[in-house]
Design a protein around this ligand. Structure first.
Ligand code: BDP
Length: 770
């Protein structure tokens, strides 16, 4: 088995008792009017590629029905008949799916009042018994809700949970659960880690735009199996949108030829409740490819009609082909991308101009806040708040605050630097109370081992989402709800439009993500953006049961591996809050000595290694970046005695003999961390080997091969970094002093980490190192 079904594997239930019960409880699927609400199709000749095994559906209820047929057929190891009406009497064991509008049975058993609280995307799953008949109703207010309920029901069978006496009511905490597909960055997205990221359409990308786009007009849009597999997988965890191209946007995506391709893709994804968006370039209107509809630089005035008119015309073109097109993601004045500042305007002017142009079409702008500028800042981390904070504070003409329009999201990475394995939360969360904020997480493992290292990211996101921001109101009083999750889901500061965005790890590898375990990150991203309060270990357990096996020892062992894997990676790459020690060529391996043309890209800028110690002083005695946090965090992070040790070097230059809470001096603790991380990977490799008899051969050996690379590369991180630090610390390696445990603690609760014995690490002295 090659992993190509992701977690939508519907293996026969192996426990005979459970299989019998499931077969009794599920005998028939009833979906009324499944073919009635056809979704709009722009591409009249839309078709699957020759030889496809997936198929196109035209309605969301058809997608739900087909998934039940496929899923139940597999799980129950027998075909389950589908009926299009309940008949005179609902059969025993029926599973009914629909909305009150589509289904008489749903109408009969679910009142409008029952359904009202679950909103547009939520669902109810209820068990009924009437006389001798027992049946299940899966209902949503919308067909998308019914589809989400269908996947949730199937997940119960996939994870061997009870499916009788159900009374489930679910709705997402966040409205827009969105992916950003960086299609050119295939070396981060998985598949082959070698080679440079090519342009769209090269091998390695999930959507083959250039390949089909170049011949558009001659060839009809063709949909590949993996588009549908990914659509089903996204829907199964509630992801409802995707920006399909890289943030460093190529204007070709706005040309008529590409729009035709995009429309075909949107048509294929639409039944699964997924809407598409595009990344755009601020100066696109001047691109000669749009001639005769091009503007001059002078016409790029965000307050003028030309600029707005151009975006409105382009957005209309998109809307005409893709009626539910959601809008634009914009990376402006960031890493060389053009933006309003190039013309003397600010982010508020630029974002609002495009937002105003597309608002009449119901579209939104996701304006990224990933900005930094070595020319003006000593500490790169301060830039975003300086450029965006004051705009949020401004008064509007009507007296309300915040200049950004309501259809603008400011899209901000979880941390203030750039998706490092552990970052403090970005100080803008909670401080932009008058602006819609979207949280951006990196699902693709650019900085977390790419497709070579097994690194389960859900504990990181859980740590982020459950971090207390200590946000206060205007009068300085602590908000009641102020965890990152509350800020993001709108409950902290009463925002009704909310978003979480994940930089996707989709590619064209057989298993879609490159490393089999990277699938878990996509799964977890969807689950956590639906409900950020979920426990990352529970999500891991679901994924393992759905993807690998329901055997208890397999589930327990793999979940344990996953739950320590992120902390292990932090330990052997960037322990105790040291950040960005990557070699610049690939962001995979270490190069702490690297000094680049730009300071703020250089590992040495981040590590500040010297004879005194290591780390970046951002406290009041240093860059004072800590002042951007709410007072409680400002004080906590600014003081070396109170800063959490796992963030230590984010905020302080720590002397080599600084006393750590373990009693060790900093140098010793640092070396132990590197060693612990590597030992964890060794433990994972050995543990994986022990699972061989319980796993399928191909995936077992593919993961085994990756773990061998992982272990060697983790060792390289440790040795390269420790040897380099040693040149500054002038100290010997600590002697082994027994077991060390590293815990991931969120709000006083341990969610992951590991205990290992600190045995026998001798650092090989690299040639040339003293
Ligand atoms: C960095 C990537 C770069 C992206 C950038 C971004 O190295 O390719 O363009 O993030 O988020 O992590 O825009």
């Amino acid at each position: 088995y090659d992993g190509s079904d992701l977690w939508l594997r519907y293996m026969p239930v192996s426990d005979p008792g459970l299989l019998r019960k499931y077969r009794e409880s599920v005998t028939t699927v009833i979906v009324e009017n499944a073919d009635r609400n056809k979704v709009y199709r722009h591409s009249t000749n839309l078709s699957m590629a020759p030889g496809s095994t997936e198929r196109l559906v035209e309605t969301t209820l058809a997608a739900a029905r087909d998934e039940l047929v496929r899923g139940l057929g597999g799980l129950l190891d027998q075909a389950v008949p589908v009926k299009t009406s309940p008949g005179d009497r609902i059969p025993d064991g029926a599973v009914i799916v629909g909305t009150r509008d589509s289904s008489s049975a749903v109408r009969q058993y679910t009142s409008a009042d029952d359904l009202a609280p679950v909103g547009d995307d939520g669902y109810l799953i209820r068990s009924f018994s009437r006389g001798t008949q027992r049946f299940t109703v899966i209902a949503g207010n919308t067909e998308a809700g019914a589809l989400y309920g269908t996947f949730a029901f199937l997940r119960r069978l996939q994870t061997h949970k009870p499916i009788t006496r159900l009374d489930i009511s679910e709705s997402p905490r966040v409205k827009n659960r969105h992916l950003n597909n960086w299609e050119t960055v295939r070396l981060y997205a998985g598949n082959n880690a070698s080679g440079t990221g090519g342009l769209s359409g090269e091998n390695g990308t999930i959507f083959n735009f250039a390949a089909t786009g170049a011949s558009a007009g001659r060839n009809l849009p063709v949909i590949l199996d993996r588009y549908i597999v990914v659509a089903r997988a996204m829907a199964s965890v509630g992801i409802n949108g995707i920006t399909i191209n890289l943030v460093n946007a190529d204007n070709v995506y706005l040309t008529a030829q590409y729009i035709a391709q995009e429309a075909a893709l949107a048509d294929a994804l639409r039944p699964y409740g997924i809407k598409i968006a595009l990344s755009i370039n601020y100066t696109a209107p001047t691109d000669p490819r749009f001639a005769p509809d091009t503007l001059t630089n002078e016409q790029l005035d965000p307050h003028g009609d030309e600029f707005r008119g151009w975006w409105n015309r382009r957005a209309r073109m998109l809307r005409d082909s893709i009626p539910d097109f959601t809008g634009f993601t914009v990376k402006a004045n960031s890493e060389g991308q053009p933006g309003p500042q190039d013309f003397g305007d600010d982010h508020g002017d630029g974002a609002n101009a495009i937002a105003a142009a597309v608002a009449p079409l119901g579209m939104k702008i996701y304006w990224r806040t990933f900005v930094y500028n070595a020319d003006v800042d000593e500490d790169r981390l301060k830039r975003a708040y300086l450029e965006f904070g004051y705009i949020d504070d401004e008064r509007r003409p009507d007296g309300t605050r915040g200049r950004f329009l309501d259809n603008v999201f400011l899209q901000t990475k979880n941390g203030p630097l750039d998706f490092q394995a552990r970052e403090p939360v970005h100080p803008m969360f909670g401080r932009m109370e008058n602006t819609n904020q979207a949280l951006e997480l990196q699902v693709t493992q650019e900085y977390t081992g790419q497709d070579e290292m097994l690194c389960y990211l859900a504990p990181m996101w859980e740590e982020v989402l459950k971090t207390d921001t200590y946000a206060t109101d205007e009068r300085g009083r602590l908000l009641g709800k102020r965890l990152m999750g509350h800020i993001v889901d709108g409950t902290a500061q009463r925002h009704s439009d909310t978003a979480i965005v994940g930089v996707a790890n989709l590619g064209n590898a057989d298993n879609v993500t490159g490393h089999h375990f990277s699938q878990a990150n996509l799964f977890a991203f969807g689950r956590q953006s639906w409900d950020w309060t979920l426990d990352s270990a529970d999500i891991a357990a679901d994924w393992v049961r759905m993807t690998w096996s329901n055997r208890e020892h397999v589930v327990g062992t793999i979940v344990k591996m996953m739950m320590g894997s992120w902390e292990a990676l932090v330990s052997y790459q960037t322990p105790l809050g040291i950040a960005h020690q990557f070699r610049s060529s690939d962001h995979y391996g270490p190069n702490p000595a690297e000094r680049l043309a730009r300071d703020d890209w250089s590992p040495v800028y981040y590590n500040k290694a010297d004879s005194v110690g290591l780390g970046y002083d951002r406290s009041p005695t240093g860059s004072d970046f800590t002042a951007q946090y709410f007072p409680t965090l400002e004080a906590r992070y600014g003081n070396i005695g109170t800063v959490p040790e796992n963030l230590l070097m984010w905020f302080h230059h720590v002397s080599w003999d600084h006393r750590m809470r373990s009693g060790r001096i900093f140098w010793d603790e640092l070396v132990y961390r590197y060693q612990m991380g590597v030992q964890y990977v060794t433990w994972m490799r050995l543990t994986w080997d022990s699972l061989q008899p319980s796993l399928d051969a191909r995936r077992f050996s593919e993961v085994k091969a990756k773990l061998a690379i992982h272990e060697a590369d983790a060792g390289d991180w440790r040795d390269t970094c420790v040897n380099y630090w040693k040149e500054f610390s002038g100290r010997d390696n600590p002697v082994d002093d027994g077991p060390l445990s590293i815990k991931i603690v969120v709000n006083g609760r341990t969610i992951g980490g590991f205990d290992l014995s600190a045995s026998s690490y001798t650092i090989p002295v690299a040639a040339g190192a003293s």
